[in-house]
Design a protein around this ligand. Structure first.
Ligand code: DAH
Length: 363
């Protein structure tokens, strides 16, 4: 019988030298497989005398178990090495600092919408929306601007072609139609703001065909001008971040409010810049008033029970004021250099504590 010790040394060395799983498996088959060297030796046991069996049996068994273990261990080592190599290759060093990727910047209008929303929702308003392609009814008639009304001319409306019924849709000329949609879409009380895009056929340094407004509407029992005044003053203080904002209400006219006013904010013009909250100059920032009884009747509310106020503010205008942006047209010129200068980092956006409700409204 072959010297088992030599055999063990030889096979152990081979196992140790095998560098991949296939080679180890080949050794297993060659030594311990059906026709393997060790297996053949086991078979020879049958031909041995009982004494020889006694001597070789345990030794052979030991050798077989030893080699089995050695093969399993080698396989495990190789598998672990392979995994480690893979992990090393795919390693990402998250501690390595790298310049933050350019994510672009937030447009001042988006920023102003977020800030205004934040301020009004803190006061208890929720956000309402309406379509930009609007029906004549919501944009004009229901707001007490009938067909023949001169206020229609003031709006420089973009009209769509007539449909089969002779109705012409419009690009909404203001956010006021959301007032109507809100009141027709649910029960009072209402306390909403509606920021969004508006359109008029007008273009110069202070007008662009598309611009932005935020509408506000409060309808409840016992609402009066004092509530309107406080609300606007509070907004201006927070938005312009000055404590003693000077605000002036000038009597004005809007078909959907009675009485109506325009709101000016006190400022100074210095070296081509505007400073808010000081000086003797005034800048108009919004229209407002108590909701006209006719509008309430148009949406089936009883004016002797419910009343309220509304206002509509130009968002582009207040952005220009807050950040000293001189030309309105630059807002929409898509010039990246301008955005880099006037834009905001994404983390500057106030977190919105708002519930958004889309008002569907029906006629
Ligand atoms: N919709 C008006 C405009 O675009 C602004 C406005 C004035 C809105 C008075 C109102 C309001 O809600 O009460 O010129």
């Amino acid at each position: 019988m072959q010297d088992l010790q030599t055999l063990e040394t030889e096979i152990t060395a081979n196992i140790g030298a095998a560098n991949d799983l296939d080679s180890v498996e080949a050794i297993r088959i060659a030594e311990l497989g059906k026709k393997g060297r060790v297996s053949l030796l086991m078979r020879e046991l049958g031909k041995m005398t009982p004494d020889e069996k006694k001597e070789f049996g345990p030794k052979l068994n030991q050798l077989k178990n030893y080699l089995n273990d050695a093969i399993i261990n080698r396989k495990e080592d190789l598998e672990a090495a392979e995994l480690n190599q893979k992990l090393a290759e795919e390693r990402v060093d998250i501690t390595l600092s790298k310049a933050a990727p350019e994510l672009g910047s937030i447009h001042p209008i988006s920023q102003v919408i977020d800030e205004a929303t934040e301020i009004f929702t803190e006061m208890g308003f929720s956000v309402a929306e309406g379509p930009e392609i609007e029906e004549d009814f919501y944009n004009f008639s229901a707001l007490n601007i009938p067909e023949s009304h001169p206020a229609r001319q003031m709006h420089d409306t973009f009209y769509f072609p007539e449909d089969e019924d002779g109705n012409r849709k419009v690009l909404r000329t203001h956010t006021s139609p959301v007032q109507i949609r809100t009141m027709m879409g649910g029960e009072p009380p209402y306390r909403i703001i509606a920021p969004g895009r508006t359109y008029r056929n007008d273009s110069d340094a202070t007008h662009t065909p598309m611009f932005h407004q935020v509408e506000a509407l409060v309808i409840d029992k016992n609402i009066h001008m004092g509530h309107l005044k406080w609300c606007i003053e509070e907004f201006c203080r927070k938005f312009f971040e000055v404590d003693n904002v000077k605000i002036r209400f000038r009597p004005s006219y809007f078909p959907f409010t009675e009485p109506s006013a325009e709101v000016d904010i006190g400022c100074t013009f210095k070296n081509g810049e505007v400073l808010i909250g000081e000086g003797d100059d005034w800048l108009e920032i919004m229209g407002c008033g108590m909701v006209n009884e006719r509008v309430l009747e148009n949406v089936n509310l009883d004016p002797s029970e419910y009343q309220g106020f509304a206002f509509g503010m130009g968002l582009d205008r207040i952005s220009m004021l807050k950040w000293g942006i001189p030309d309105l047209r630059d807002f929409f010129a898509a010039d990246l250099r301008w955005l880099k200068h006037y834009g905001f980092q994404s983390l500057d956006i106030p977190s919105l504590s708002t519930r958004t409700s889309t008002i569907k409204g029906s006629k």
